[in-house]
Unconditional design. Structure first.
Length: 136
């Protein structure tokens, strides 16, 4: 039986995935070099990942900055449930650090799929325009 919180978490996860896919598509459509566009779209993601690794792998709990730790954890929050389910397939014990790193990787994969999808559709449109110009 689903509760209201189960429903909200499921909606939040799907909304996060759809949004991050859309962000990838938007950055894939920028008229700049694709590598620069890909990196630009993931700057905040990369900073957040570095902050997470710094705060949770290199700093002990006593010296951890709760603000930085909180920001780095909240950034990928919409992907945690799918990450936990994926990790649960491969292991019986689920570690929060593994889930968080997995959520960051899912974000990157979904962004890359949206980014690549837009590049493919843009190339397809350009080739169709080129074909129509040849026929004229």
């Amino acid at each position: 039986m689903f509760t209201a919180s189960d429903t909200l978490l499921t909606v939040w996860t799907f909304a996060s995935v759809i949004y991050w896919y859309w962000v990838g598509k938007q950055f894939g459509s920028l008229s700049m070099k694709k590598v620069k566009s890909f990196i630009l779209g993931n700057v905040v993601w990369g900073i957040s990942l570095v902050l997470y690794v710094w705060q949770f792998l290199f700093v002990d709990g006593v010296h951890r900055n709760l603000f930085i730790a909180g920001i780095s954890q909240n950034y990928m929050l919409g992907f945690v449930s799918w990450s936990a389910k994926l990790i649960g397939i491969f292991t019986n014990s689920i570690d929060s650090t593994q889930v968080t790193i997995g959520a960051y990787l899912l974000m990157l994969i979904i962004y890359a799929v949206g980014f690549k999808r837009n590049i493919m559709s843009t190339n397809c449109i350009k080739s169709r325009q080129g074909d129509s110009n040849v026929k004229k």
